[in-house]
Design a protein around this ligand. Structure first.
Ligand code: S3P
Length: 176
């Protein structure tokens, strides 16, 4: 079994922020599936959606998952909100769901210093009712697929990093 930590969860829940803080604290490298796709295609996610549509983006996510499966271990991987649908998600590592309510996530995005940019780069957040519906649909799937759920609502980044470190310790102990 791979020793990767796979962070899943809804857009804006803080997967990338947590990944970067965790790396600073532990020295473990992190990568992000959206960043991998953007650098491989040399295009922003938004542009990929606009030019080629969502199905093409999902293909690129699957390619990325295949590369992670063959090439990556001992890494923290933050995933785009829909990445959990790749066929081999369970082969990539231990899946940790970052969980919070829709309202908390949305308010967090709105109140971020770079709120406009954060919303603009996420095509599936462009219509609020649709985003909310997507959240409700996905929530069940996220819970089903996760090995562990980490609730992040109303917690500080430091607290969340600490919890992730504890979760990781427990996983390693079980593996031994
Ligand atoms: C998506 C989430 C985005 C990005 C793309 C699609 C989704 O990533 O992969 O816009 O389907 O939920 P974040 O979760 O990092 O915003």
């Amino acid at each position: 079994m791979k020793q990767n930590i796979i962070l899943i969860g809804f857009m804006g829940v803080g997967k990338g922020t947590l990944a970067r803080a965790y790396s600073l604290r532990t020295g473990i490298y992190n990568i992000d599936t959206d960043d991998l796709i953007e650098s491989k295609e040399n295009k922003k996610i938004k542009k990929i959606f606009n030019e080629f549509g969502e199905p093409r983006f999902r293909e690129l996510e699957q390619q990325t998952a295949n590369w992670i499966e063959t090439s990556i271990d001992n890494t923290l991987i933050s995933c785009g909100g829909g990445f959990y649908k790749v066929k081999n998600i369970k082969e990539l590592g231990t899946i940790i769901l970052l969980d919070a309510s829709f309202d908390w996530i949305y308010n967090g995005l709105l109140n971020a210093p770079n709120a406009k940019k954060k919303l603009k780069k996420r095509p599936l957040f462009s219509e609020l009712p649709k985003a909310k519906e997507l959240y409700t649909q996905r929530k069940k799937d996220y819970i089903k697929i996760a090995d562990t759920i980490l609730s992040v609502e109303n917690k500080t980044l430091d607290e969340i990093v600490q919890e992730l470190i504890e979760i990781e310790k427990n996983i390693n102990q079980k593996d031994r």
